[in-house]
Design a protein around this ligand. Structure first.
Ligand SMILES: [Zn+2]
Ligand SMILES: [Zn+2]
Length: 335
């Protein structure tokens, strides 16, 4: 089941292309949409046949191209929007929740998300994505003109995720469609979830675990935030699960998720060491970020790349401050 799917989607990713919709397992379809201008190239929605009907995991980006790609994928799977009973969102980022409202309006699919990623519920606590980002950029010491430009560029993308109102809030241990177990796996966002399909031996990991690259940390914006430590615990947990195949939100599926999970954890610890070394020579997260290694040299990076980098650096610095540079064996709370 897994090998042709991985080979095809890895080949597409390597050449910068978007693969065709494809059956990933019995009753499971992988439906890609293009992410124009992103190094991730595409984003994958997954259609899962459960004992309680069809469930869509993640809902792409809010664009005409994404909607067309979704309809094409559903057609390939022999179904239509009105047959989807629920849209389950791994996390509240614009490339994962974009079509949830439209699917609900056109076909009636209920929208489900973890309460910590439901910005309607977080209004008085954490605020929406833009509130979190604004506080993070202040904490990071980003100078004024750059900070405003970063917020402006984020504002254009975040409209939809700020206003999404779900029908169902999902917590650790809940089950979707009688077939998918919810695992709270924070780090990339505070309310990120993975979904475990016990019967098929599959785990849907959203943006937590991908075959290449460094997982992006959630913005640090409150006193207790430590997304780096949370990420390490979540990765450790996914690596320990028995699964035949891991299906991520981008890139391509992972056959040996235990090895990949351990590798990402090792890279995360190396990144913390690099950050600690840079922090000895700089004051703010903004200054530390300029000293770290990125895909391109700091001086050549645009506003969006620098925004991601500074948010990442802030998370790494917070993990160092809290001494959380390794997954804790005593951490057992996932609620
Ligand atoms: Zn994401
Ligand atoms: Zn994503």
């Amino acid at each position: 089941m897994s090998i042709p799917l991985i080979a095809e989607q890895r080949a597409a990713f390597s050449r910068g292309g978007v693969p065709a919709p494809r059956q990933a397992a019995d009753g499971v379809w992988s439906i890609p949409i293009p992410l124009t201008g992103s190094p991730l190239i595409s984003m994958f929605m997954y259609l899962v046949d459960t004992p309680r009907g069809l469930v869509l995991i993640d809902a792409g980006f809010d664009s005409r191209t994404a909607w067309t790609a979704l309809l094409d994928g559903l057609r390939a799977a022999g179904t239509t929007p009105s047959e989807i009973t629920a849209t389950v969102l791994t996390h509240n980022h614009p490339d994962h929740i974009g079509l949830a409202d439209r699917l609900r309006a056109e076909g009636g699919a209920a929208v489900a998300i973890h309460p910590l990623d439901c910005f309607a519920a977080q209004r008085a606590i954490r605020g929406g994505f833009l509130d979190q980002l604004a506080r993070a950029l202040l904490l990071a010491g980003v100078p004024d003109p750059e900070r405003e430009t970063m917020l402006d560029s984020a504002r254009a993308l975040a409209v939809h995720s700020e206003s999404l109102v779900p029908d169902v809030l999902l917590n650790e241990g809940d089950t979707v469609g009688d077939g998918l177990e919810v695992l709270h796996t924070p780090g990339h966002t505070y309310g990120h979830i993975a979904l475990r399909d016990h019967a098929r031996g599959l785990v849907f990991t959203g943006d937590l675990l991908m075959p290449t690259g460094e997982p992006q940390l959630a913005p640090v914006s409150l006193d207790g935030d430590d997304p780096g430590a949370e990420l390490a615990v979540s990765l450790d947990r996914i690596a320990a699960l028995p699964a035949a195949l891991v299906l991520p939100g981008h890139q391509y599926p992972i056959a040996d998720h235990a090895r990949r999970g351990r590798a990402v954890l090792a890279e995360h610890r190396a990144r913390l060491a690099e950050t600690a070394e840079a922090a000895a020579r700089a004051e703010t997260a903004w200054e530390v970020a300029a000293l770290l290694r990125w895909a391109r040299p700091w001086a050549e990076m645009g506003t969006t790349a620098k925004r991601f980098a500074v948010v990442q650096t802030l998370g790494l610095l917070r993990a160092l401050q809290r001494g959380a540079d390794a997954p804790s064996a005593t951490h057992s709370g996932f609620s």
